[in-house]
Each structure stands twice: as structure tokens, then as C-alpha cells.
Design a protein around this ligand. Structure first.
Ligand code: ATP
Length: 312
């Protein structure tokens, strides 16, 4: 059985609106996902059982790792293939910041699903892989698809959008700061639950309003300046007041000659869009001049047109 290596890229959300209650503790969302070049490398080597290793001290190296759980799910769904081929030694070279709203764990898990499909020669279709993916996490179907996409439902009903070419993103994150996704959504529900739309018809109406809205139009026209102005994330309403450091970082990025800045997912990573590498490098220098903090990590990355892929 062959070994495989994958590039497993991170994502940012250009738009995240909480529309209402999806039942079962989940939210009905309207999102625009964007893959970026910043990526983990995930290697899979044939092994009797599943084993997991990761270079990052804060990532669990046991059954709770989402990538390990992806292996277990595949073994459970395809017991004959598992009995015949065995599991895999999964090695994660972690480059995506952890608990940062960048879907790091999700993309690793997606790479394991794709990897075992290849190793076990299952020949799964994209829709079949997507169905398995959503059982592990709402962001994983997008990690498999990649590029630019509209996500509704919990984020798993995906529609591809035109690729955004030549757009760069600065990512900024305080290394020691992590925000729990569960906390962010629960707090949002406590504060804004009374404004939620409910009922299938009303939810559909909201979805359609979003799909014909300004952000989707700006993406269709590849208008990065307008996209920068229309960035939106409802979770900022709860995360920014609780983490003033993140609010200050967002403002500093916005005022550093960028096209716009926003928190990604449940944070605490903040990103800003820029037209080219030079503008990006310049904005990073400006941010460093204002926030002189060794705990602050800054990355310059590019929008990427593809999700998880086999490494060359
Ligand atoms: P999302 O944007 O999908 O909400 P995130 O980027 O905010 O995810 P992750 O980096 O996936 O967050 O990490 C969330 C938590 O999951 C971490 O605190 C970590 O303990 C745990 N975890 C489990 N597996 C992984 C993995 N493969 N990589 C990173 N974290 C993992």
C-alpha cells in the first residue's frame, strides 16, 4: 500500500452571518469561505492500526485529534478495507495556528479522509466524501472543496463561487490567545437568540437575500476593494468585547493601508486583505510599528483556488 502526503490549507471567512436556529444546538449560517495558501502538511503511511503524531505541542496526539477521528470513521464505515489494508500512521506538520478560526483541525481531518480513500482504493465520489466529512465537522466539506464558496446550513451546503485571483491576506494572531468556537456561538445565542429567524420559509428567504446580496456580487465581479469593505462576521459582536486586544488588532490592520480587516470564524485570528505582496509587507511593518509585542504572529498569504491536495 502506498504512502501519501497532502497539502491541507487553512480557510478564512470573508462573510459569516448567523441567521437562526438550525436545531440540535446548531446555527443556521450564511458564509463565504476562502482557502488560503497557509497549510499543514499531512503524511499518511501504512500501519496496522491508526497512530497520530503532530509537531505542535498544543495539538492532541491521541484519539481526540480530529485527524485520528477521521481514520476511525473510515474504519467504521469501511470495515472490510480496514481489515484488509490496516490503518495509517498520520503525521501532521502543523503550520496553521491552533484554535485560531482557520479550520486547522478540520483540514487535517479532510486530508485523512482523502488519503484513506486513495490508500484503500475505495474510489469515493466527492459527494460521498462530503457526506462523511460533515459527520466530523461542519467546516470539513469546504476544506475538501476549497477555493471560494458560499456555505449555508451549518456551512456544509456548498456552492462554488468564482475564484478570487491575486488577492493576498495578512493574518494576525496573538500566539498565547485562543478562543473556543463553542463558547463564541453559545455566547452569541445568549445575547442575540431573540433576533433569530425561525421556520423553513423565513430561513429560505434570508438565504436568498444573502445569495443575491452585495458580497456575492462583488465576488462575481472580482472587485477586491469592495469585498474588503463588505467583510462581515457576526461573531465579532461577542468576541471583540471579550477580547479588547483582538479589537485593537483589527482596528490597527484596518488602518494600515489594507482593503479591510475582519476576524476569521470564531477568532481570535484577524485578517486583512491587500492587493499585492508589497502592500502586504508594508502593512505588516506598519502594524509592527504600532503593536510591538513578541506574542503577535503575522503572516502574509495568498488566496488559493484549491483545497486539500496531494503534495508533489
Ligand atoms: P474552526 O475554524 O474549524 O472552528 P479552529 O481553527 O478554530 O477550528 P483548530 O485549530 O481546529 O481550531 O483547533 C481546535 C481545537 O481542536 C484545538 O484546541 C485542539 O486541541 C483540537 N484539535 C484536535 N485535532 C486537531 C488538529 N488536527 N489540529 C489542531 N487542533 C486539533
Amino acid at each position: 500500500m502506498d504512502s501519501y502526503s497532502f497539502i491541507a490549507p487553512a480557510k478564512i471567512n470573508l462573510y459569516l452571518e448567523i441567521i437562526g436556529d438550525a436545531g440540535g444546538g446548531y446555527h443556521e449560517l450564511a458564509m463565504v469561505f476562502q482557502t488560503i495558501e497557509l497549510a499543514d502538511r499531512v503524511d499518511l503511511r501504512p500501519s496496522k492500526q491508526f497512530e497520530i503524531r503532530c509537531s505542535h505541542p498544543e495539538v492532541p496526539q491521541d484519539k481526540t485529534n480530529l485527524a485520528y477521528r477521521a481514520g476511525e470513521l473510515m474504519a467504521q464505515e469501511f470495515p472490510q478495507a480496514f481489515a484488509r489494508h490496516g490503518g495509517a500512521e498520520i503525521n501532521i506538520d502543523k503550520r496553521i495556528p491552533v484554535a485560531a478560526g482557520l479550520a486547522g483541525g478540520s483540514t487535517d481531518a479532510g486530508a485523512v479522509l482523502v488519503g484513506l480513500d486513495l490508500m484503500w482504493q475505495l474510489g469515493l465520489t466527492q459527494p460521498e466524501l462530503q457526506k462523511l466529512a460533515v459527520r466530523l465537522g461542519a467546516d470539513i466539506p469546504f476544506c475538501l472543496m476549497g477555493g471560494t464558496a458560499l456555505g449555508t446550513g451549518r456551512g456544509e451546503d456548498l456552492e462554488p463561487l468564482p475564484d478570487l485571483e491575486n488577492v493576498y491576506a495578512i493574518l494576525a494572531k496573538y500566539r498565547s490567545l485562543q478562543v473556543s468556537t463553542g463558547w463564541a456561538y453559545q455566547t452569541y445565542r445568549q445575547q442575540f437568540g431573540s433576533t433569530y429567524v425561525s421556520g423553513a420559509e423565513a430561513l429560505e428567504e434570508q438565504r436568498q437575500r444573502f445569495e443575491s446580496g452585495a458580497m456575492i456580487g462583488a465576488i462575481a465581479r472580482q472587485d477586491s476593494a469592495l469585498i474588503g469593505k463588505l467583510l462581515h462576521n457576526d461573531l465579532e459582536k461577542v468576541v471583540l468585547p471579550a477580547y479588547p486586544q483582538v479589537a485593537q488588532l483589527r482596528q490597527t490592520l484596518e488602518e494600515a493601508g489594507t482593503l479591510g480587516a475582519m476576524m476569521s470564524g470564531s477568532g481570535p485570528t484577524v485578517f486583512a486583505l491587500v492587493e499585492n505582496q508589497e502592500r502586504g509587507a508594508d502593512a505588516i511593518e506598519r502594524v509592527k510599528a504600532i503593536i510591538d509585542n513578541p506574542d503577535l504572529d503575522l503572516y502574509l498569504t495568498k488566496f488559493a483556488p484549491r483545497g486539500i491536495r496531494v503534495a508533489n
